[in-house]
Design a protein around this ligand. Sequence first.
Ligand SMILES: *[C@@H]1O[C@H](CO)[C@@H](O)[C@H](O)[C@H]1NC(C)=O
Ligand SMILES: *[C@@H]1O[C@H](CO)[C@@H](O)[C@H](O)[C@H]1NC(C)=O
Length: 308
Amino acid sequence: MSRDGSDAAGAAGPSRATVNKRGGKSDAAPREASRTPAAIFVAVLIGAAAIFAAYMIQNMEDTGNVRGPGKYAAAIPALRAVAAQLLHPEKGILAADESPTTFGARLAGHPNKPTLRQTWRRILLTTPGLATHISGVILHEETFAQTADLQAARAAGVLLGIKLDNGTAPMGPKQAGELHTRGLGGLAGRCTTFHTKHGASFAKWRAVFRAGAHTPSKAAIRRNSKDLASYAAAAQKCGLVPIIEPEVLADGDHDLSRAANASARVLRGVFRALKKRGDVDVGAVLLKVAMVTPGSSSVMAATPEQVG
Ligand SMILES: *[C@@H]1O[C@H](CO)[C@@H](O)[C@H](O)[C@H]1NC(C)=O
Ligand SMILES: *[C@@H]1O[C@H](CO)[C@@H](O)[C@H](O)[C@H]1NC(C)=O
């Protein structure tokens, strides 16, 4: 999906274009730094319409494999309705949740001030006809101060999303180079605030994995999958539809088969974790999948047929 903070969600698009962007910590995207604002705007809109690879996995609990959401069952129909609205077949999800750091990298040459970020987000949120093509917009928490702009988007029929993760941190000495995602601390309270006070309908959490000779490690898959599942449960319990984004990074020289192997192991780990918890309704979860492609520094190019 997109780089850094704002992953666009879409359906089955080339997520290479969108990988990397967040937060600027381990995976900032210097490649993007020279883009002009206009180009970014167009790219973001097109990306949002075409790229977000999200799909709903339905009825997994009907197979009897999952215990179901227990006392939150009454809230499930509403969550599923929001998920369906987000997945409108002719609309995309706009990712506008870049961290301030990444925002600065993208608008290189312009002063990265709060007022510039506000103006930029205002332009996006108040674009005439936005709801014709955009079902929801993922926002960084700083944008939730722009109440009038949020109200305008909501009134137009665009759902608001909040990026809830706090970026990545190193896993530990045994998993050198691997990352886990921060932000579980106090998550329930933050979910509730964004839902009830700010009118958010959905949330996003991104975990990243490296496709290398020895990665992603089992430990990294286990930890990030468990955390994604914990986040998904917390989000649903306070009324937010969770987008889960387990992303195999494009960074690296891995070939297509290694990328495919990593993606398969990661997705298996994530769904195993969701199933193990047993309290996440997978009919009200959006999975943001990434394209499986060779690494960005791989010498082995893949054809569209191989990727497809
Ligand atoms: C995550 O970030 C939010 C907003 O920046 C902050 O309020 C919260 O305390 C952070 N949580 C953790 C666990 O770092
Ligand atoms: C990934 O590769 C490892 C090592 O070659 C292999 O054991 C494993 O079965 C593969 N997993 C998948 C899902 O392809």
